[in-house]
Design a protein around this ligand. Structure first.
Ligand SMILES: Nc1nc2c(c(=O)[nH]1)N[C@H]1C(S)=C(S)[C@@H](COP(=O)(O)OP(=O)(O)OC[C@H]3O[C@@H](n4cnc5c(=O)[nH]c(N)nc54)[C@H](O)[C@@H]3O)O[C@H]1N2
Ligand SMILES: Nc1nc2c(c(=O)[nH]1)N[C@H]1C(S)=C(S)[C@@H](COP(=O)(O)OP(=O)(O)OC[C@H]3O[C@@H](n4cnc5c(=O)[nH]c(N)nc54)[C@H](O)[C@@H]3O)O[C@H]1N2
Ligand SMILES: [Mo]
Length: 824
């Protein structure tokens, strides 16, 4: 297996049952097993589970194979966990999944409302555009609606820390105010049905958890500002009532006609690079292609005719959660997972892992060799990664652009579209013999022309004649792109994609989130942190990024921490009927009592007890099928650690302790450890942990009474590894020790702290330039850098991607205060 893994952990060759195989053998096996399974158990006995990180061409080929040739719609995507509620909300209101506005609307607006979106950390480029617009035009107002005080609140005029899940109640209250103040747009309401029913439903009282003053301020801002953009993301989508939340927002924009005009409209912010492309191409189990409807016979016939395909799925397939349920109970017998890590990212992740492990035949296409999901595959297929991929993607504002490769595929990696097409050909299907992604794109554009004739808004038929040269020269463009319509916004003049061309306002009755119980009294919120991407398959390897936050954690309110007896930096045991996690305690009033928060990024590879999706129940929105990933009922108690440890090593190591979390460093690897009972001999334990022979010299310090043990392993005077053990959370200068690896080291290493002459950089804040918190604090206090510009000039901190700027601002406030007080 070792030779199939590249230096960066890349998968370099196909494998079959863990053994290196050639493409021919691996693809032949996949085609044969899929064909046999279909012949014996029917088309619905196989499934594809794909991803918003695939390119549009990959998605198109997967969808064509599954829906048009295998004849089942059992193809779903991780976008089900991400955007499905927005898709459902759009389709219910507009008739199609169409984002009406453009990014520039965020800059043109006088009020930008960010609901359940941590733009500062998750969409830093758009956030910087917004921050710059506000700096230029301070009259512009920004409101953040999030139970948590996030980094995005930094540029907000108002932060509404609403009760989790209360978004529909809030927008209902807004709709009532709009109606009662006579602020509806009567002309636009001619393009809308359902206003009265929506208003009647909105009048039913329900609680938002906000103070009357905050509520009034928000309503006053929204109603008195014409140019409003309401941006929403996972705080809205990932909910058992996600679709209703989306429609509650759309209702307010429809009632006021604030849609599809410069600086106005609802704006669903997508997550993954090609979440939107997947929606257009029909990557979801309940869509066809080009916004066509799988339940509509004329649509099915048109697509089947275009594909000249032998069969056609005639009903929606299984959505992600149901799909893995079907894997679990044996209805699905052959499964192909591409470009996603469901063992980490799906709700009830432990059950999903068992389901995949029990499946007769599992194929995984991934760029990495060792993920929690690749470990369960019978056949592993190496895909090209970022920088190698060749195709197109669509962003949140419907802009299609090329991703051009700038380096050769690593090892034998191939584009996903080509892998799928090869399997299709081996299954005996015609229509998969493209020579490049340009031909796939041209075919897709031609199909969109057929869709356009049937009334679909997704029509990019201007590009139907794209050849390789045109494809390579393709500049980013907005859809639609056809003789009738080019780019722009949608719906300013109505013309919705419903039979009567009118939009639907929906009667939304807010529902309280499903129950916390006497046993599970906390509601766990989950989401993203700035410097990690998803299950860290990308960023886990990047030393600078993984240092910023090296460990999974639980943000918990001081009151909760106190009543539970949780000390800062100790470990919390978080559990419910579905699973258990152990997370580092971070006491903070950024979260509300009862609503702790944990990030989603840790895996079996980086911190096995840090996988938060083992705690998330499979509760889904009944309309969209999207799981409620942001409010898992859990019980919390202190984890009874007998000892805590911190370890660094110049060579990678994988601990085997009850708790561990590791992170890659430029100099090697570091890990946090904990366990309940002491091993017999700490030195033997350390040598086992770091895989060091008896010849490596050890420097040791022990205080058995206090349970302290410090061990440094040295060869030729250079530090190879070190381990620090204590009864309490280990207090050593972690970044300093990490920097000592490979350096000359003596007994002073055992203090775990730098001498007075060696300043400690501290935890990294600016990942781009590796600037740590201590360095920044010194620049603020000692050099008087009291602005972002001054810090940037002195340290370069915050001058590249800018995503640490909110944190830098926070540090300026924190460290500048004593100075100012002293001056007064
Ligand atoms: N650094 C980084 N950036 C990313 C990603 C990443 O992994 N790392 N992933 C990308 C992807 S795929 C996506 S989908 C996007 C996601 O981008 P976002 O949706 O902005 O990110 P999240 O952190 O998932 O959730 C946003 C916020 O929803 C809040 N929230 C929780 N419950 C509620 C609620 O009931 N109501 C409201 N109003 N808010 C609530 C959370 O507290 C959280 O701050 O980010 C993308 N960008
Ligand atoms: N509790 C909770 N759970 C969540 C969320 C949450 O907020 N809370 N968010 C949800 C959301 S919004 C999302 S988008 C999902 C994300 O969850 P996943 O889809 O599991 O995300 P990744 O870790 O990015 O997995 C992508 C995999 O594809 C591989 N890969 C990358 N590029 C390619 C390629 O070109 N081809 C192939 N074949 N493989 C490739 C990577 O190595 C990696 O293993 O998580 C969801 N789960
Ligand atoms: Mo996502």
């Amino acid at each position: 297996m070792a030779e199939t893994i590249g230096a960066e952990g890349r998968l370099l060759h196909p494998t079959v049952s863990g053994i290196k195989a050639d493409w021919d053998e691996a693809l032949g096996l996949v085609a044969r097993r899929f064909k046999e399974t279909i012949a014996k158990h029917g088309p619905d006995s196989v499934a594809l589970y794909v991803s918003g990180q695939l390119l549009t061409e990959d998605y198109y080929v997967a969808n064509k194979l599954m829906k048009g040739f295998i004849g089942s719609a059992n193809i779903d995507t991780n976008s089900r966990l991400c955007m499905a509620s927005s898709v459902a909300g759009h389709r219910r209101a507009f008739g199609t999944d169409t984002v009406p506005g453009l990014y520039e609307d965020l800059e043109l607006a006088d009020l930008v409302v960010l609901v359940g979106s941590n733009l500062a950390w998750c969409h830093p480029v758009i956030y910087q555009r917004l921050a710059a617009a506000k700096a230029e035009r301070p009259a512009m107002k920004i409101v953040v609606i999030d139970p948590r005080r996030t980094a995005t609140c930094d540029i907000a005029d108002l932060h509404l820390a609403l009760a989790p899940g209360a978004d529909a109640a809030l927008f209902n209250a807004l709709l009532v105010a709009i109606a009662d103040q006579g602020l509806t747009d009567p002309a636009f309401l001619n393009h809308v049905t359902g206003f009265e029913a929506a208003l009647a439903a909105a009048r039913q009282d329900s609680d938002t958890g906000l103070s009357p003053a905050d509520l009034a301020r928000f309503i006053q801002l929204w109603t008195s500002t014409e140019k409003v953009v309401t941006v929403y993301s996972q705080g809205i989508n990932q909910s058992a009532t996600g679709s209703d939340k989306v429609n509650a927002i759309l209702n307010c924009h429809l009632a006021t006609g604030r849609i599809g005009q410069p600086g106005m409209g609802p704006f669903s912010m997508t997550g993954q690079p090609n979440a939107m492309g997947g929606r257009e191409v029909g990557g979801l189990a309940n869509m066809l292609a080009c916004h066509l409807n799988i339940e509509e016979p004329t649509h099915r016939d048109a697509v089947q005719g275009f594909w000249a395909s032998p069969t056609m799925a005639d009903k929606p397939g299984l959505k992600a959660v149901d799909l893995f349920n079907a894997v679990e109970d044996g209805r699905i017998k052959a499964l192909w997972i591409m470009c996603t890590n469901p063992v980490v990212s799906m709700p009830e992740a432990d059950r999903v892992a068992r389901a995949i492990a029990g499946c007769d035949f599992v194929v995984v296409s991934d760029m990495m060799a060792e993920t929690d999901t690749t470990r369960l595959a019978h056949v592993l297929l190496p895909a090209t990664g970022w920088g190698e991929k060749d195709g197109t993607v669509t962003n949140s504002e419907r802009r299609i652009s090329r991703q051009r490769p700038f380096r050769a595929p690593m090892g034998q990696a191939r584009g996903d579209w080509a892998i799928i097409a090869d399997v299709a050909k081996r299954m005996g299907f015609l229509g998969f013999d493209w020579t490049g992604p340009d031909q796939v794109f041209a075919e897709y554009a031609a199909l969109s022309g057929v869709a356009g004739q049937l009334g679909s808004d997704f029509d990019i038929s201007d590009y139907a004649a794209t050849d390789r040269a045109a494809y390579d020269a393709l500049t980013p463009f907005l859809w639609p792109a056809n003789p009738r319509q080019q780019g722009g916004r949608f719906f300013a003049k109505g013309r919705f994609h419903t039979p009567d061309a009118k939009a639907r306002m929906l009667a939304i009755v807010p529902k309280a989130p499903q129950g916390v119980t006497q046993e599970h009294t906390f509601r766990l919120n989950t989401g993203r942190v700035r410097d990690h991407w998803h299950t860290m398959s990308r960023t886990g390897l990047s030393p600078r990024l993984s240092q910023h936050i090296a460990e999974p954690f639980l943000e918990i309110h001081p009151k909760d921490a106190q009543s539970l007896g949780l000390e800062p930096a100790s470990l919390a045991h978080v559990s419910n009927a579905h699973g258990t996690a152990i997370l580092r305690v971070l006491v903070t009033d950024r979260v509300a009592p009862g609503h702790p928060f944990a990030p989603i990024h840790w895996t079996g590879e980086t911190a096995p007890t840090g996988r938060v999706d083992v705690l998330v129940p499979s509760i889904v929105d009944p309309i969209s099928g999207q799981p409620d990933s942001k409010s898992a009922p859990v019980a919390i108690r202190p984890y009874a650690a007998g000892w805590y440890g911190f370890a660094v090593s110049a060579t990678p190591f994988r601990p085997d302790t009850p708790y561990w979390a590791r992170a890659t460093l430029g100099t090697g690897m570091r890990a946090e450890l904990a366990g309940e009972t002491d091993p017999e001999d700490w030195q033997a334990f350390a040598r086992g942990l770091f895989n060091l022979g008896p010849d490596v010299q050890v420097l040791a310090y022990a205080d058995n009474r206090r349970g302290q043990h410090r061990l440094a392993f040295v060869q030729n005077g250079k530090l190879l590894a070190a381990l620090f053990i204590a009864r309490e959370p280990v207090a050593v200068a972690r970044d300093y020790l990490s920097g000592l690896l490979g350096q000359t080291a003596g007994m002073e290493t055992l203090s775990g702290q730098p001498g007075a002459d060696k300043p400690d950089n501290g935890a990294i804040v600016c990942s781009c330039f590796g600037v740590g918190v201590n360095t920044i604090a010194r620049a603020i206090v000692e050099e008087g850098c009291l602005t972002l510009d001054a810090l940037g000039a002195a340290l370069k901190a915050g001058t590249n991607c800018g995503s640490c700027r909110p944190e830098l601002k926070g540090l300026i406030t924190r460290f500048a205060i004593p100075e100012r007080q002293a001056a007064e």
